[in-house]
Design a protein around this ligand. Structure first.
Ligand code: ATP
Length: 615
């Protein structure tokens, strides 16, 4: 680094000379200010010569004006010193960006160049200002009375020494903090856009642990930095404030040894008006800006180690062998897709060995729940409103769906069908009442594991079809089982067109209906016995919808709740829940035609318009 600075400054002696010259003018005010105040008091007002006093004050005022002019010129010279540094850095990083054809990295690097430029300018300003101001003030003190120098200089040097001693450790802590901060930002930059995938893959705990680790690391770095920053305060206290105390405490002694009252006043002015602010600027400017500049320059000058330029891959996962929880799918969902599907368990795809029919989950749920008589779904006096002042969407709703049952939910748009499925899925909590899935209270992990929600906007991630379809299964799914499920739900054509279960899918290229078929087949294969289809077939034609619904209705051990948007869908169900606010009723198609005016209306609308009226 020192070599770089020397090589840069050597061909620019005139810039340095100009900088020094304007700095001398700027520092002149420091000298004149204290000296003129001393003279105004001693030779003017205390001597009874007010005119002389005013003359010295005028001289001080003129010096301040000249100093301000000098400061203005200093800025110009600092710019001509710093801009070439910026230009060189820009050339270097652009060359690197072009070489590596990485536009994103290039934009990041040029931004860092701007930071380096600003930090460098700040550093030049504060260190130069401290040097010249200190020189002006010390010369002034000496010219007033050498004894004053003896009082001010030792604590000033001690303060600067303390600051200098802490500079390196502070810079290291600052650098560590910046690195921790960036690591956390990078982590969040990777995690946040993929939150849906994280949830979909059941990897919340894993990702939270990774982010938590980085947050802890940043906290530790911030604490270490704060501890070392105390040393800065000590440097300020010793170098800037102690001289003031010493001047006041030794005032009688100083006055007894020939120092005049004006000299004492001038000394105080030097310390409080010049030295203290200059030291403050140095400590803050060099302490913070210096560390920042070091970090940025190191990155810009040192060739990238890949990770500095490119986005880091997800780093939250531990490097050890995969545990059963490490289930983040490789692909990302395309933008704009929503996923409300709550997953039971996910694992990476594996080879598909022997066929197995019926699916393993069927045995585990069916007999127990059927034999015990526990309803697949029960709602008891459930009320729900979106806000304290909102009208309730559900008001004291009771509902029981037996295991193996098939319930259709119908009602006008906005009546609360999706709200009901969200309550069953545990995405919303009822204000009153209770929801149970296979006897498990919602929300509990057991209830979550017992149901699968397929929303209208199907979630499909990149990767292979098999990966998508097996997403909810805790163990590899035999290929024959995949193929059988695809056949039952109606996915076979897409499966063939994609080259079989190993074929890769591009979620953005699929039609909405194809995405729904994938989501439906995935749900069909899920171990959860209760399937909640919230208009999950709305993009399918009536035949495909009928086929998919039949598959779910006859899924071994499965129970189906479907938000219907066609009369045919409602008619396939054993029972139909007609949502109508306070007049919500449940019954068979025939019963409802008799008893529910709303259902008659809806069914009439469906039949005559041949278009979905509901939801
Ligand atoms: N997040 C929310 N905040 C406030 N109100 C909401 C929210 N979600 C839904 N609602 C309101 O709750 C009511 C029920 O909405 P819901 O989506 O459950 O109806 P729906 O019957 O499924 O409608 P659709 O068939 O059109 O999808 C509507 O009045 C809706 O505006």
């Amino acid at each position: 680094m020192r070599n770089h600075v020397w090589r840069f400054l050597r061909p620019r002696p005139w810039v340095l000379v100009r900088l020094a010259a304007w700095s001398v003018l700027e520092a002149g005010q420091t000298f004149v200010l204290g000296y003129a105040l001393a003279q105004a008091l001693d030779a003017g007002f205390l001597a009874g010569d007010a005119a002389a006093g005013l003359w010295w004050l005028t001289a001080a005022g003129l010096a301040v004006g000249a100093g301000a002019y000098g400061t203005g010129r200093v800025y110009g010279v600092v710019a001509s010193l710093v801009e070439p540094v910026r230009d060189r850095l820009v050339v270097s990083v652009v060359a690197r960006g072009v070489r590596e054809a990485d536009a994103g990295a290039l934009s990041g690097l040029t931004q860092q160049v701007e930071i380096a430029r600003d930090a460098l300018a700040g550093l030049v300003m504060v260190s130069r200002s401290f040097l010249f101001t200190a020189a002006g003030a010390l010369i002034g003190l000496f010219s007033l009375a050498p004894l004053l120098l003896a009082v001010v200089l030792p604590p000033l040097l001690a303060g600067v020494a303390v600051f200098a001693a802490t500079l390196r450790p502070l810079a290291r802590r600052q650098e560590a903090f910046l690195a921790a901060d960036e690591a956390l930002a990078a982590e969040l930059g990777v995690v946040c856009p993929g939150l849906r995938d994280v949830t979909a893959a059941g990897a919340e705990a894993l990702v939270a642990a990774g982010v938590g680790e980085r947050t802890e690391a940043e906290l530790r770095a911030a604490q270490a930095l704060a501890r070392w920053s105390v040393a800065r305060v000590a440097a300020m206290a010793v170098g800037g404030q102690l001289p003031v105390v010493l001047l006041l405490a030794t005032a009688p002694w100083l006055l007894g040894r020939g120092v005049t009252p004006g000299g004492l006043l001038g000394a105080l002015a030097y310390v409080t008006q010049s030295l203290l602010p200059a030291l403050q600027n140095l400590v803050h400017g060099l302490g913070t800006g210096g560390a920042r500049l070091t970090v940025v320059l190191r990155r810009l000058i040192t060739p990238p180690a890949g990770e500095q330029l490119a986005a880091r891959p997800y780093a939250g996962a531990p490097p050890a062998a995969p545990s059963p929880d490490e289930r983040l799918p490789a692909g990302r969902a395309p933008a704009g897709q929503r996923s409300d599907e709550r997953l039971v368990a996910v694992r990476p795809p594996a080879a598909h060995p022997l066929p197995a029919e019926p699916p393993a989950w069927a045995a585990s749920h069916t007999p127990a729940s059927r034999c015990s008589g526990v309803p697949a779904l029960s709602l008891a006096a459930v009320s729900f409103a979106y806000g304290p002042a909102s009208e309730p969407v559900l008001d004291g709703l009771d509902l029981v769906v037996p295991p193996g049952g098939h319930l259709a939910v119908v009602g006008p748009s906005g009546i609360g069908k999706s709200t009901l499925t969200a309550l069953v899925a545990g995405l919303l909590r009822p204000g009153n009442g209770s929801v149970r899935v296979y006897g498990y209270a919602v929300p509990t992990p057991e209830a979550a594991a017992s149901r699968v929600l397929i929303p209208q906007e199907a979630y499909v991630h990149g990767g292979t079809l098999a990966e998508n379809l097996a997403l909810f299964r805790p163990a590899p799914v035999p290929e024959a089982e995949l193929l059988a499920a695809a056949e039952r739900v109606g996915l076979t054509a897409l499966l063939k067109a994609s080259g079989g279960p190993g074929g890769r899918v591009d979620p953005a290229a699929l039609s909405a209906g194809e995405r729904q078929l994938i989501a439906l087949t995935r749900a069909y294969l899920s171990p959860a016995p209760l399937a909640l289809l919230d208009e999950a077939t709305c993009h399918l034609d009536p035949e495909s919808e009928a086929r998919a619904e039949r598959a779910f209705a006859t899924r071994p051990g499965g129970t189906l709740v479907v938000v219907a948007h066609r009369i045919s869908s409602a008619r396939r169900a054993d029972r139909i829940l007609v949502m109508d606010g306070a007049r919500t009723v449940c019954g068979t198609h025939k019963e409802l035609l008799r008893t529910s005016a709303l259902y008659r209306d809806l069914a009439g609308g469906w039949t005559t318009r041949r278009a979905p009226l509901l939801g």
